[in-house]
Every structure is written in C-alpha cells, then in structure tokens.
Design a protein around this ligand. Structure first.
Ligand code: SAM
Ligand code: SF4
Ligand code: SF4
Length: 372
C-alpha cells in the first residue's frame, strides 16, 4: 500500500490522511457518508472571479481591486478536472454542475464541457451536465456550450427592474443582457431552463411577483432562494431572510398554487404548480427548512480542494494528489475515505440553534470560491 503525505497548501486545506490515499476504494457507486447519504452530485468551481459584485456573495468593499484572486497556476487545469471528475463518477456522481465565480469567465470553458460530456455512469448513462451562470455572457456562449455537450443551464436573476438589479449585483449590467442570454439558451435547447432569484428581504422582495408574472407560462422554472449566511463577508442577518413560506403565500395570493411531488429525495427545491396550468415554481429554503438529511453534494473548489458542505471551513487538497504521483486507485481511496467520514449538516444545526451559526463554526469559505 502506498503511503503519501499531501502538502497543506494553505490554512484551509485539509490533508488527506496518510492511509487514505492508498486505501481500498469502496465498491463502485455505493459510497455512503456517516449519515447514510450517497455521493451523487459534484459542483466544480472553475474560477473564483466574477464580473458581478452581488451584495450577498462578493461585496465590493471586500472583493475590491486589491483582492487576492487565485493565480492561474493555482487553478485546476481541464485535464486535472476531467481526471478527478472521472473518479467521482466511478463513485456514484451522476450530476456535475460547473459554477464559480462566474463560470463563463473561465477561458474556453466549453473545452472542459466537451471533456466532461464524454463521461458516463458505471452503468453507461450520460451525466446530467449543467452550469450556473449570472447570464451576462450567455448570449455569446449558449451555442458553443450546447455544441460541447452541456445539458442545461441555470441562470441567476434577482430582479426585473434595472435599478434594483444593479443594486443587487453592484455592476453595470442591464436586465436585458440576462434576458437575452436566457432566450439564447432556450433557442439552442439548453433545457429545461431554471432561473434562480436570491430573495433579500427589504432589498429585492418587491420583485418576487414581477418575476413570477414574467416567467409564468414560459416553460422556465423560477426558483426563489433564501438568502444564506455563506462565507463571512456579506454581513448576513436573519432579519433579511424572507422565509420561502412567505414567498409562496405572496404568489399564491395572486396566482393560486398547488404543491407538487419532489422529482427525487435529494431535490433541494420544493415544487409548486400554478393551479391554472401556467407551469411551476420552486423554493429553496436552506435557512428555514434545512435539507441536510438528503444532501448528496460535494464541491470541488477552483484550486482543487474538496468541500463536503457549503458551510465548511476547510477542504481536502485533491490537487496535491493529482499534481503528485497519485494513481487513480490512490484518488479512489482518498474519495472513499473522505466521503465515508462526512458528517456535515450545518443548516440543520443552525436551524436548531435559532438561526445562529452552530458552535464549532470555524469561519466559512466564501461562495464565490467554493461554488454555489
Ligand atoms: N456566478 C454564477 C451565478 O451567480 O449564477 C454562479 C455562481 S453563484 C455563487 C451560484 C448561486 O449562488 C447563484 O444562484 C447565487 O445567486 C447564489 N448565491 C450566492 N450567494 C448567496 C447567498 N448568500 N445566499 C443564497 N444564494 C446565494
Ligand atoms: Fe458573481 Fe454569482 Fe457571486 Fe453574483 S452570485 S457575485 S454573479 S459569483
Ligand atoms: Fe448540504 Fe451543508 Fe447545505 Fe446541509 S448545509 S444541505 S450538508 S451543503
């Protein structure tokens, strides 16, 4: 059995334990963590940079011109991402989402999509390969992403009103740019398309109904996300969270809604249909109704650290493995060991401590770095 020491690149890198990198891998596709949750989804952050400065994610006063973004040499290359993704797929991952920062800012991201689109599950099924974007570059990129093999996209849009949109993203992009991106994605068949709105009470909650009216009947699923305490820079406060139940009742008052069954147990959104048949909406209640019990997601950061929770304070340094002399068996052993030790359930614990970060919270990683 090979024994390896993984160098600790910085303070938030966890070393893969010596015995793990050469440890036996679990049987393919049945990896369970300590709470019996399987590994099914992998979110890969391809850049920590963004052309927006959303107030809830990359506030300009923190992410200013002096912010130390990662140097190019620190980023996983497309070859490295593909190699790691293959190992994750061998252990049960069926869905890969590219994210960031703004993933469409990563040069030639469609070349990465092309590589990932060739992967299949151990029983031969294609992956669900998707991407979350702020939409600003989507009109330009939709065709090449589709041709590269992307299945679908999720676009973030927090307001229809230009002034409010700018207030949320603190950058000079018009709503029309994003709507144009959405139209382009639809035109090339990147479907079903989802639109995510982060709701910040007192800032953009007046946009819930305009957005609902806009996307009703379009075939696009609009989803409302509760403002979360990700990272430590956004000054999160529980009073700015509008519970999803309020979102649903505001919409229901104008357009009656009926609940829908979840597509799968691991689905993060609760689904509601318009009673008149004009489609559906979703609500993601990460704060008021934690879904840790069914959380099957792992996150690979831009520089190759594996995070087991959106609110983790440290990640396992897989880049050191792929840039070292690790074999695929070594990587399999590391993934097995890390996932089998997973006990993360931050939102559930926050829920039972009256909205306060759970004790032992050791400083959370920023969303733009770990990927949403
Ligand atoms: N830049 C892309 C985008 O905005 O779609 C992808 C990365 S972004 C970090 C992924 C998702 O996280 C977006 O839908 C964004 O709105 C959401 N997000 C970021 N910070 C959040 C917060 N504090 N609470 C809830 N959602 C958040
Ligand atoms: Fe950029 Fe997305 Fe974060 Fe907004 S939410 S700052 S678009 S990474
Ligand atoms: Fe998953 Fe962590 Fe979110 Fe819970 S808090 S649902 S474990 S990412």
């Amino acid at each position: 059995m090979s024994r390896r020491i993984i160098p600790v690149a910085d303070a938030n890198a966890l070393t893969v334990p010596r015995s793990a990198a050469g440890a036996a891998s679990a049987p393919r596709g049945v990896l369970l963590d300590t709470l019996a949750r399987p590994l099914r989804d992998l979110r890969i952050s391809v850049t920590d940079r963004c052309n927006f400065r959303c107030v809830y994610c990359m506030p300009r006063e923190v992410f200013d011109k002096d912010h130390p973004f990662l140097p190019h040499s620190a980023l996983l290359t497309f070859e490295e991402i593909e190699r790691l993704a293959k190992r994750f797929v061998a252990h049960g991952v069926e869905k890969i989402r590219l994210t960031g920062g703004e993933p469409l800012l990563r040069k030639n991201v469609e070349h990465l999509v092309e590589r990932l689109a060739t992967l299949t599950t151990p029983d031969g099924r294609p992956l669900d390969l998707t991407l979350t974007t702020n939409g600003s570059l989507l009109a330009r990129k939709a065709r090449s992403l589709k041709d590269a093999g992307l299945t679908r996209v999720t676009v973030s849009l927090d307001a229809l009103d230009d002034a409010l949109f700018r207030r949320m993203n603190d950058a000079d992009f018009a709503v029309a740019d994003v709507l144009e991106g959405i139209a382009a994605a639809e035109a090339v068949g990147l479907a079903p398309l989802k639109v995510n709105m982060v709701v910040k009470r007192g800032t953009n909650d007046a946009e819930i109904l305009p957005l609902a009216r806009h996307f009703r009947g379009s075939g696009i699923v609009l989803r409302f996300i509760e403002y979360m305490d990700v990272g430590t820079s956004n000054g999160w406060n529980m009073t700015e969270v509008l519970p999803s139940a309020d979102v649903v009742s505001r919409i229901h008052a104008e357009f009656p809604l009926v609940p829908l069954e979840a597509h799968s147990a691991a689905e993060t959104a609760q689904r509601w249909a318009y009673a008149d048949g004009a489609g559906e909406i979703g609500v993601i209640s990460s704060v008021t109704r934690a879904f840790c019990g069914t959380c099957t997601r792992a996150r690979l950061s831009t520089e190759g650290k594996l995070y087991l929770c959106l609110f983790a304070s440290a990640g396992y340094d897989l880049r050191a493995l792929v840039r070292g002399d690790a074999t695929d068996d070594d990587i399999d052993g590391a993934i097995t060991h890390i996932w089998q030790g997973r006990a993360d359930r931050y939102s559930q614990l926050r829920g039972s401590s009256a909205g306060q970060p759970p004790s032992g919270d050791g400083g959370r990683i920023e969303m733009s770095y770990i990927g949403g």
